[in-house]
Design a protein around this ligand. Structure first.
Ligand code: BGC
Length: 773
């Protein structure tokens, strides 16, 4: 590039601390230390960043901190003043550092060319998009992928998503969402890894490394974004965008770990969250963004606001106008403004008035430019914008294979009492009931903004690949009314019962009835919280009628959140959890139904019996009154109308074979604790089991959960085979954070639990006489 030669310069000394105490109103949060991580920085890139920064006007710096949405697509409320003409004008003036929701090699080329060829400094754009579970070829929703507990498959899924997105012009994904969540009412549970910080951290790492690869300059990798920092998953009563009130210990021990894991895996960006923490919106929260993320964790990438979240500081009641919101947000460490326009409108004024120190802008711009250099955008700004490569790669066999593999591994066999599954290969009369069985859009789930509706393989199409049985399909009562497309609200049919009688009559003649019920793919996701998480009334009625007609029912359960289905769990002999599995959904489900893939998934989130139990999660605290003192006693921690147990616990999932756990041994030495046990495949089939190791720190200065996952492994065993498994627990697994955010191990009594779910089958204990070395 012609302008590149001027970027070469000396290494910038960024490690200086800058103190700012310029709060003119509201809560005084004291001095803010601004630290730019200096670890692992590439000196050549730092030199270029510094050199480029020295050439920039104040307006150009602010431009880098401004992100516009594309002209035809929005993923949040449209702010005032963002007309297409104005956006193009600003682009030409160098007042835009990044765009989101512009996709397609040709479309991206158009805006990138303006940035590179028509602006004074020719700084290329970051092109961001929510590549959350695939792009045009859709992989299972993240909650489903998490049920695989298979880090290689998850990484591979992110890798192919990155590849498909990259050739379509995108160089930055707003993923992974690493928010821990315990509330199935929250629509965005579909987007994360579930309730556990240990599993969530492993998945965060797999996804970040999948998206980013080893080389960010590759045309097939993109920058990742750990979101939403922080505690967005704790929205009160599961209502999206609601207030969060989370305790310090939960913040450090439950909420932060997957973010830290993402940072350690090298994630290049973070996104803040819509919620407040201790009364301070995350976007304006200096403690969170400067002290923890950029300070303690030494994060040297950048922080993008969530959609319009700088503006939302006004509604939160933290800032009385856009100008003050911009001041608070930049001081707090939000580097890029997504669709509020307040940085563009007010930052220059704030600097000139002396309310915001220009060093803060320099720090933000350095971080943004650093990522642009790391992506190789200056050397090759159009490398993501070649329509011929796009044509070749999008939807390719390699990508289809990876999403099919991921989809099979995401399925969880919840129940298989009469061993109706796997299906026999021939001679069976199989009746398939339910509108979801023929739906080619719902399996795409919610965040499939790059995919066309109707592009998923339906369950029915998947079953038709198997020739030996007679398949009859009866739709039953239509599941949904009207067109469903983002961002329209879903209409659930509760009135039109037509098709019910036909379904029941068909069921009577069947050997096996497959009933596809649950949620539509648009029932979960952003802004889609629900107070009722059971089956809609008409579906429940259909299931009960069909079961009365023929008890050989396999419920093929589609959902994006844990659902409360106590009647089904009690009566229906086989339940297969198939979530929303993406483009290859039907093939994956059929392969599992027929046993071509023996299910190995385990739940990443607890399924409740009733919505009233929510939030329900396995790693809860003991409380002061955990046990019923005597039968019939009232004064203990329980409900009077239901027990405390979940419907299906965290980690639960069956196989067509069975596994036996035995011979648990625990050895303590000065530097580690060795846990070993024997796993045997005692069923008649080859299969895979996710073995899980939990601990409890029995007495501690800060109460610890009754169980905490601290190890897992996906083990393949042939029928009859057994294996000894060894797990090493170090201080990393045995320790916890105190309320000052310091991590340490407390000597004392510990328990170890082992099994194929959080309802473990083996238990032992050990005493740690002193801290591990
Ligand atoms: C969501 C983010 C998303 C952004 C851009 C927001 O509403 O909370 O997760 O990345 O929109 O689409």
């Amino acid at each position: 590039m012609k302008r590149l030669s001027i970027y070469l310069g000396t290494i910038c000394l960024l490690g200086t601390l800058c103190s700012c105490t310029n709060f003119s109103q509201g809560q005084e949060i004291g001095s803010v230390s601004m630290k730019s991580g200096t670890t692992e920085l590439d000196s050549e890139i730092e030199g270029k960043v510094d050199s480029l920064l020295s050439l920039m006007t104040l307006e150009e710096k602010i431009g880098q901190m401004n992100q516009y949405s594309g002209f035809w697509d929005v993923t949040g409320p449209k702010p005032e003043g963002g007309s297409e003409a104005k956006k193009y004008e600003d682009l030409r003036k160098g007042l835009v550092g990044s765009m989101l929701n512009v996709t397609g090699a040709k479309e991206v080329l158009e805006v990138q060319k303006i940035a590179v060829e028509e602006t004074r400094l020719g700084i290329p754009l970051l092109i961001g998009f929510d590549v959350v579970h695939g792009f045009k070829t859709v992989s299972p929703i993240p909650l489903a992928e998490s049920a695989s507990w298979d880090m290689e498959a998850i990484k591979r899924s992110a890798e192919v998503a990155a590849k498909e997105a990259a050739v379509s012009g995108i160089n930055w994904t707003f993923a992974p969402m690493v928010d821990i969540t315990r509330d199935a009412r929250w629509g965005r549970v579909m987007e994360g890894a579930g309730e556990d910080p240990f599993l969530g951290s492993a998945i965060a790492k797999a996804r970040v490394t999948g998206f980013q690869g080893d080389d960010l300059t590759s045309p097939y990798t993109i920058a990742a974004c750990a979101k939403h920092f922080a505690a967005y998953g704790f929205a009160e009563s599961g209502r999206d965008y609601n207030t969060v009130d989370v305790g310090t210990s939960t913040l450090y021990n439950i909420v932060f770990p997957p973010f830290l894991a993402a940072k350690e895996a090298g994630v290049r960006t973070f996104m803040n969250s819509f919620n407040e923490i201790n009364g301070v919106p995350a976007t304006g929260n200096a403690w969170l963004q400067r002290e923890i993320l950029k300070g303690k964790w030494d994060f040297n990438g950048f922080m993008v606001s969530d959609w319009g979240s700088i503006n939302e500081m006004i509604s939160h009641g933290q800032a009385e106008n856009g100008k003050y919101a911009a001041e608070r947000a930049i001081i707090a460490g939000s580097d890029m403004d997504m669709e509020s326009y307040h940085y563009l409108n007010y930052l220059a004024e704030l600097v000139k008035e002396g309310k915001v120190n220009e060093d803060l802008l320099d720090d933000a711009v350095r971080r943004i430019l650093r990522v642009k250099f790391e992506l190789g955008l200056f050397e090759n700004p159009y490398q993501y914008s070649d329509p011929s490569v796009e044509n070749e790669v999008v939807g390719s066999q390699e990508i289809q294979d990876a999403v099919l593999d991921m989809a099979k591994k995401s399925i969880v066999l919840l129940k298989n009492e009469k061993r109706l599954l796997p299906l026999k290969r021939s001679g069976q009369n199989i009746v398939v009931i339910g509108a979801l069985a023929s739906d080619k859009t719902s399996p795409l789930g919610n965040w499939r903004t790059g995919a066309e509706n109707g592009t998923a393989v339906s369950l029915l199409e998947g079953l038709q690949q198997y020739q030996g049985n007679t398949i009859t399909y009866v739709k039953g009562p239509a599941f949904v009314d009207g067109e469903i497309s983002f961002p329209k609200q879903l209409q659930i049919n509760e009135t039109k019962t037509s098709g019910m009688i036909e379904a029941v009559n068909a069921a009577k003649k069947a050997d096996i009835v497959l009933v596809a019920l649950g949620e539509h793919g648009m029932q979960t996701g952003e802004g889609r919280s629900q107070v009722d998480i059971g089956l809609p009334k008409l579906q429940q009625q259909l299931l009960e009628e069909v079961y009365k007609a023929n008890p050989n029912v396999v419920l093929v359960l589609h959902n994006g959140r844990p659902v409360a289905i106590p009647w089904a769990a009690e009566h229906i002999p086989s339940i297969l959890e198939v979530w929303q599995l993406g483009t290859q959904s039907g093939h994956a489900i059929a392969q599992v139904l027929y046993g071509d893939y023996n299910p190995s998934g385990k739940l990443p989130m607890t399924f409740p019996k009733a919505v009233g139990q929510v939030p329900i999660y396995y790693n809860h605290k003991s409380t002061g009154r955990p046990n019923e003192p005597a039968p019939g006693e009232v004064f203990w921690s329980h409900y009077t109308d239901m027990d405390n147990d979940p419907l299906f616990p965290f980690g639960h999932g069956l196989s067509y074979t069975q596994f036996e756990y035995q011979d648990l041994k625990v050895e303590v030495d000065p530097s580690q604790v060795l846990v070993s046990f024997e796993l045997k495949n005692i069923g008649g089939l080859d299969g895979k089991e996710v073995v899980q190791v939990y601990i409890q720190d029995v007495f501690a200065s800060i109460t610890r959960p009754v169980k905490e996952l601290k190890g897992f492994e996906l083990v393949s065993l042939k029928a009859g085979e057994s294996k000894t498994l060894n797990f090493i627990l170090t201080d990393k697994e045995l320790g916890f954070y105190n309320n000052q955010g310091e991590f340490f191990v407390e000597p004392g009594d510990f328990k170890v639990f082992v099994g194929g779910s959080s309802n473990t089958v083996l238990e032992s204990e050990f005493n740690l006489a002193q801290q591990l070395r």
